[in-house]
Design a protein around this ligand. Structure first.
Ligand code: HEM
Length: 417
């Protein structure tokens, strides 16, 4: 048997192991084995190529022959996913899943409203929120970092930016939990055309956002992202109504579970490396470096996906048009060829190479906001929570492979006032 065939067999077995819930707490040894296979792995039964090494992931993220229009793989199936009375905006792909020139146009319009200034003006609110959440947690001598801290923070921040009433935040938490399945990459690649479990959440969120926009068109607000997006102009161009809805849904989905995992993964890494937690509590200026290392060491988004826009050859594999290409970002960052001693958690790294926010034209638009939330959350936790101890290590994990994260993170502690 050829080397390529052997690699395919070993690769399939490793992917099987990766999909198994038992490996959710620590997928990193499996990623190392995938990298050691020496090149991308073709999984015939999924018509999917899996890429695990840094250099290949980085190169492919810039390769124009790869398309982000993953929905094309399902043919017209995407149109049949929604009930007939769903708002028309559900059929408008968000720009995360579009290629140039549509992607370029939409991203430019959204960037003109989602600016550094928009994000910077959130800092006092986030600082207060971190304090309030830790105040509430301090009333008990054990608390759950996921439910009491990491989960409520990002949803409150994005709802505040969009002017969603606080009373409606639980709705967003529910929808967002369902939609996490949509971006689950590898496990998504195996769905068989039935109505996916995320569909009702998506349709309801579109209905809600449609109403929100209608309300904001009649009464625009100052310092409000929806009003800014409605007003956004690039020359004579503006977002259509459906593009506006789909963009707002994207901001809500892309910014929530990801940042939840950044905070929870970060607290977990610090509790497992108490030396760095002590250093951070003494010097909050270390927070940006700590956040960068969390993003490298245990990233909230483990992978991203593209499809082959044409027949192509990647490494030693012939990849037919419309094949799925899975780029294992979390594996790439642990590639010793990119980052020496990759399995050690070390916020003092200089020149760490990081794909946590992607690379190339789809680089995360929310990275500055996520970094700000991560920095304030980590610094607040280190300053306020004294002598924290993990109650279970490893903690239990949710089933998601891509937006991989804990399902609870209880700690015992004494919280400082
Ligand atoms: C894109 C990660 C937070 C909005 C992406 C991509 C990654 C990513 C990997 C690229 C996906 C691809 O290439 O296919 C993360 C992580 C976050 C985070 C790890 C938190 C730690 C946020 C936040 C927002 C956001 C807070 C906004 C509120 C977006 C948008 C895109 C994107 C709009 C699409 C960009 C494009 O297609 O041009 N993110 N993200 N993200 N992210 Fe984030």
């Amino acid at each position: 048997m050829s080397e390529a065939h052997d690699r395919e067999v070993s690769g399939s077995q490793l992917i099987g192991k990766l999909l198994d819930q038992a490996s959710r707490a620590d997928p990193y040894p499996i990623y190392a084995e995938l990298r050691d296979l020496g090149g991308p792995v073709w999984i015939e039964e999924m018509t999917t190529l899996v890429v695990a090494r840094y250099g290949e992931c980085e190169t492919l993220l810039r390769d124009p022959r790869l398309s982000a229009e993953r929905w094309r793989r399902g043919g017209d199936q995407a149109d049949r996913l929604y009930p007939p009375d769903a708002p028309s905006s559900v059929h408008q792909p968000w720009f995360l899943s579009q290629d140039a020139p549509d992607h370029t146009r939409l991203r430019r319009l959204v960037s003109s409203a989602f600016t550094a200034r928009t994000i910077a003006r959130m800092e006092p609110y986030i600082t207060q929120l971190v304090d309030d959440l830790l105040d509430r947690a301090s009333e008990r001598d054990t608390f759950d970092v996921l439910h009491d801290f990491a989960y409520p923070l990002p949803v409150a921040v994005i709802c505040r930016m969009l002017g969603v009433p606080v009373a409606d935040e639980p709705l967003f938490q529910g929808w967002s939990a369902q939609l996490t399945r949509l971006v689950d990459g590898l496990s998504n690649a195996t769905t068989d055309g039935e109505t996916p479990e995320w569909e009702p959440g998506m349709t309801d969120m579109h209905r809600y956002v449609n109403e929100l926009i209608a309300e904001r068109r009649t009464s625009p607000r100052k310092d409000d992202l929806i009003s800014d997006l409605i007003a956004a102009k690039d020359g004579g161009d503006a977002l259509s109504h459906d593009e506006l809805v789909s963009t707002i849904v994207l901001l809500l989905v892309a910014g929530h579970e990801t940042t939840v995992n950044l905070i929870a993964n970060g607290v977990l890494a610090l509790l497992r490396h108490p030396r760095h937690l002590t250093a951070l509590s003494a010097d909050p200026d270390l927070a940006p470096a700590v956040v960068e290392e969390i993003l490298r060491y245990d990233p909230p988004v483990q992978l991203t996906a593209r499809i082959a826009a044409e027949d192509m050859r990647i490494g030693e594999v012939d990849v037919p048009k419309l094949s799925m290409i899975i780029l294992l970002l979390a594996s790439a960052q642990r590639d010793p060829e990119a980052n020496p001693d990759p399995d050690s958690f070390d916020p003092h790294r200089t020149q760490a190479r990081n794909l946590a926010f992607g690379f190339g034209p789809h680089f995360c638009l929310g990275a500055p906001l996520a970094r700000l939330e991560g920095r304030l959350a980590m610094a607040g936790f280190a300053r306020r929570v004294q002598n924290p101890r993990l109650i279970a290590d490893p903690p239990p994990y949710r089933e998601h492979l891509n937006l991989r994260g804990v399902s609870e993170l209880p700690i015992a502690h004494v919280t400082r006032t």
